[in-house]
Design a protein around this ligand. Structure first.
Ligand code: ATP
Ligand code: MG
Length: 334
């Protein structure tokens, strides 16, 4: 069977970008057609300035939201990265496989390092090595497919390179995975700054729709989205990034393979497009928000799911990571 792995960092509240780029497909497709693991990757949240209590709170909230969105623990494995030691064990071997120049080429490193430098406390070394830990997350499970948004494809490419390099040098241990971005809304842009990706860790929040925003807040943010001075509703991500972003979001809400350029033809004004998009997003998120209220009221349920998930994940990962230890030349412990 196909093995699927994907994760989400507890660096902020989950956004519409996370949902359309990743989580929705985990729920609607991936958990039904494959052996799928979904992980709250909390170690990755420590790569940038963080508040310990907030990371702890957001990890629990992310897990609750994944369940609220419809991940079914009977069908898939939901767990927290730091509960499974195999990820960091394997990451070290992959650090011995990757090169420093490979790491410095990563676009996200460059962007996030620039942001962190502004904070004055320096750039954490783990921000540079983050893609290696991500590769370990994926490779530990013999993953075939990694359902992620567009922004993660470079990291998955690196993961493929590391898997191939390790296999060539030390023998066949890892499956070479591939990224599977969604056909529509693979990169949802910030509503106030359509040149940059909507990101849950961004400080300026007026252009970000969070999954737990109240309907009137969602409506306000979408109605105030930056468009442009023209008036024709057309799908052109270069010339009309704001309008095109709304068309992407609306097409994704409608689903069923509808393309954003087809959606464009149905609207005569930006106002009408915004209103329809706002309504569609409110309806898309309503059931998630409602179920989250129920699930987060039952922390023991969430804890139970995460404990069982970690146990299964450990069992899947340990033999492969042990093989990697032997293959790379480490002496077995008695
Ligand atoms: P951060 O700002 O901390 O990087 P993030 O919002 O980018 O947070 P991640 O935890 O890095 O979220 O990514 C989780 C998943 O959501 C990944 O599969 C990523 O590709 C996807 N994703 C993140 N942002 C978007 C977006 N704007 N559009 C589509 N997919 C996205
Ligand atoms: Mg990100």
């Amino acid at each position: 069977t196909t093995r699927i792995f994907s994760g989400i960092k507890p660096t902020g509240h989950l956004t519409l970008g996370n949902y359309l780029g990743a989580v929705r497909r985990w729920v609607d497709e991936d958990q039904h057609r494959a052996d799928a693991l979904f992980c709250v990757v909390d170690l990755h949240a420590l790569t940038v300035a963080h508040d310990p209590a907030r990371v702890r709170r957001l990890s629990r909230q992310a897990a609750s939201l994944l369940l609220a969105a419809g991940l079914d623990p009977e069908r898939c494995t939901v767990f927290v990265q730091s509960h499974v030691d195999e990820h960091t064990r394997l990451a070290y071997l992959l650090e011995c496989t990757a090169t420093d120049s490979e790491m410095r080429r990563m676009i996200q490193y460059k962007e996030k390092a620039a942001r962190e430098r502004g904070g004055g406390d320096g750039v954490r070394l783990s921000l540079l090595t983050y893609p290696v830990l991500m590769a370990a997350d994926i490779l530990a499970y013999g993953t075939d497919e990694v359902p992620v948004g567009d922004d993660q494809t470079q990291h998955v490419e690196l993961t493929r390179d590391l898997a191939r390099r390790f296999n060539e040098r030390y023998g066949q241990v890892f499956t070479v995975p591939r990224a599977t971005p969604p056909a529509v809304a693979a990169r949802v842009m910030d509503l106030q700054d359509p040149a940059s990706k909507m990101g849950k860790s961004h400080a300026e929040t007026s252009g970000i729709v969070y999954l737990l925003d109240e309907p009137d807040v969602v409506r306000r943010k979408i109605m105030r989205a930056v468009t442009d001075s023209g008036s024709v509703v057309a799908y052109d991500r270069e010339a009309q990034p704001g309008v095109s972003n709304l068309l992407d979001v609306l097409a994704a809400c409608w689903g069923g393979g509808v393309r954003p350029d087809e959606v464009a033809g149905r609207f005569g004004s930006y106002g009408a497009l915004k209103k329809e998009t706002a309504d569609a997003v409110v309806e898309l998120l309503r059931p998630v928000r409602e179920r989250h209220a129920e699930i987060s009221a039952d922390p023991e349920y969430v804890d139970g799911v995460l404990a069982a998930g970690a146990e299964r994940a450990r069992q899947l990962a340990r033999p492969r990571v042990d093989s990697a230890y032997r293959a790379i030349g480490l002496m077995p412990a008695l």
